[in-house]
Design a protein around this ligand. Structure first.
Ligand code: CS2
Length: 487
């Protein structure tokens, strides 16, 4: 038997929560792009809480590429399980997903949902690359899908193209616009998305762009919950707990946080009642999270992989590496951050490190290592740029970058697939490397989509990077990593 509306009623487990609301009464108020695990453990979970008191906030999920989520969830009436893995583990069946659409199969069905007057929120977790931005932070007009969407606005392929078309249709029909909520790990995510949409629309319709500028809100957000990818062990565990099979369960830690900038318009869920923070100072939260948590994550991913570790908790069990990361956070990243109201940064750092140690979660370093070219410019480079300007040390901060270079070289050498939109270019660069630190660093710094020219030319930066690169070159074991990090 698989999970479904019929089977959910007979499930039994001590630590299981199921939707305790009338699922048939739920209507769609949210269209969400990118129904991956992160969204399903996070936003869809908050909205499931909301549905216990207000049925307007069901979700229409939109996949921009694959059919996987639709194929798994539709036979289950949209239901799926979250395994919350921590000191005490529990399970939740989520009922907030009412519909799943695959955009390339029917862009018009997606647009109909977006244009419906009862859609008040359009949100996204499409990862950094889904925004099609250039390194100046504007829209990348050379991106083939953006070029396609500009030529074929009625059948878009990108999130930006869908927003532009749906807003045009709402405008023409005289509907109020929806709120656009980016939930990705980009600094100033709302501002960046707004800029991309305005640049897209302005190029063909300045009047509509002026309306969007005035009427549409793009709040910035900070989203946080550690979400390892689903594996067979999770499927088995969930089956064991529920007594029925779930085709695509998801997992996360207990900690879950969502902070939204206070500029939403029109009807909204009662955010505070389900633990979502709505505040004027989202930037402070967002920066702290991106630079401390995600910066440390990427550091563990690349350095830990060189030493042969597989998971975050295993890497954190390495005293030399854990000490290095903690010091980097406390001494090199924290110094440039202004604490948002209500957040003590020292306590935040210790709490993040505790979360990384969670032994019940198998969070693969390889998962975090994906898309380095998209992540590092948000996670590490801004701290380096600011520390350079302020005369603060950047020595430790160059370690994750140098480890990333070595990681790329080793993946290329071993003919393993690099998961990154710039994969082809990265392995080309790796093939030009000879092992000489100065020459290899120059090769990688030529990556214009990642390193801006001021930074690439900065002598202090180059020297620190060469030093870290040389020290990490021979690292293949925990002992060698410990030695390299202490040097
Ligand atoms: C991780 C994030 O995969 C990654 O790059 O750093 O997904 C991280 O687990 C989340 O941002 C935590 O909220």
């Amino acid at each position: 038997m698989t999970l479904s509306l019929a089977s959910v009623a007979v499930l039994g487990s001590r630590n299981l929560k199921i939707p305790a609301y009338d699922r048939k009464a739920v209507s769609i108020g949210v269209v969400h792009f990118g129904p991956g695990a992160f969204h399903r453990v996070h936003q869809a979970c908050y909205l499931d809480d909301v549905l216990h008191t207000d049925p307007r906030w069901g979700i229409c999920e939109v996949s921009l590429h694959s059919t996987g989520v639709r194929d798994a969830l539709v036979p289950q009436d949209g239901l799926y399980t979250i395994a919350i893995l921590d000191a005490e583990s529990s399970f939740r069946v989520i009922g907030s997903v009412k519909e799943v659409l695959v955009a390339p199969e029917s862009p018009s069905a997606v647009l109909d949902r977006m244009v419906a007057p009862t859609t008040y929120i359009v949100s996204a977790t499409i990862t950094e690359k889904g925004y099609c931005l250039n390194k100046e932070g504007g829209l990348d007009f050379s991106h083939p899908d953006i070029a396609y969407d500009l030529k074929h606005p009625e059948t878009p392929k990108t999130f930006v193209g869908f927003l532009a078309r749906a807003l045009r249709l709402r405008h023409d029909k005289g509907h109020e616009p929806f709120n656009v909520i980016s939930c990705d790990n980009l600094a100033d995510n709302g501002h960046r998305l707004r800029r991309a949409v305005l640049e897209f629309v302005r190029s063909s319709d300045p009047t509509l762009a002026a309306w969007i500028e005035k009427e549409v809100t793009f709040p910035c957000t900070m989203v946080d919950s550690i979400t390892p990818a689903t594996d067979d062990a999770l499927r088995a565990r969930v089956k064991d707990a529920l007594g029925v099979e779930d085709l695509w369960p998801v997992q996360r830690e207990f900690f879950c946080q969502w902070v939204i900038e206070n500029k939403l318009r029109g009807p909204q869920p009662d955010w505070a009642s389900v633990g979502v923070t709505v505040t004027d100072d989202v930037a402070g939260f967002e920066r702290a999270k991106l630079r401390l948590l995600n910066g440390a994550h990427s550091t563990l991913a690349y350095t830990g992989s060189l030493a042969g570790y597989e998971t975050v908790s295993a890497a954190m069990g390495d005293t030399a590496l854990a000490t290095f990361v903690r010091r980097m956070m406390l001494e090199n990243i924290r110094s440039g951050l202004a604490a948002p109201q209500g957040l003590d940064l020292d306590q935040y750092i210790e709490a993040v490190l505790r979360r990384f140690r969670n032994p019940t979660i198998r969070h693969l370093l390889a998962q975090i290592a994906w898309d380095g070219s998209q992540k590092l410019p948000f996670r590490i480079l801004p701290t380096i740029t600011e520390n350079l300007a302020a005369g603060r040390s950047i020595a430790r901060l160059c370690v994750p970058l140098a480890a990333w270079f070595h990681f790329i070289r080793r993946m290329t050498r071993d003919e393993r697939q690099i998961m990154d939109p710039l994969a082809a270019q990265l392995s080309e660069l790796a093939k030009r490397c000879t092992g000489d630190a100065a020459a290899d660093v120059s090769v990688f710094l030529s990556l214009e989509k990642v390193f801006n020219s001021d930074l690439a030319r900065n002598g202090t930066f180059r020297a620190a990077l060469e030093n870290a690169y040389a020290r990490l070159a021979a690292v293949e074991s925990p002992a060698q990593l410990g030695e390299a990090l202490s040097g």
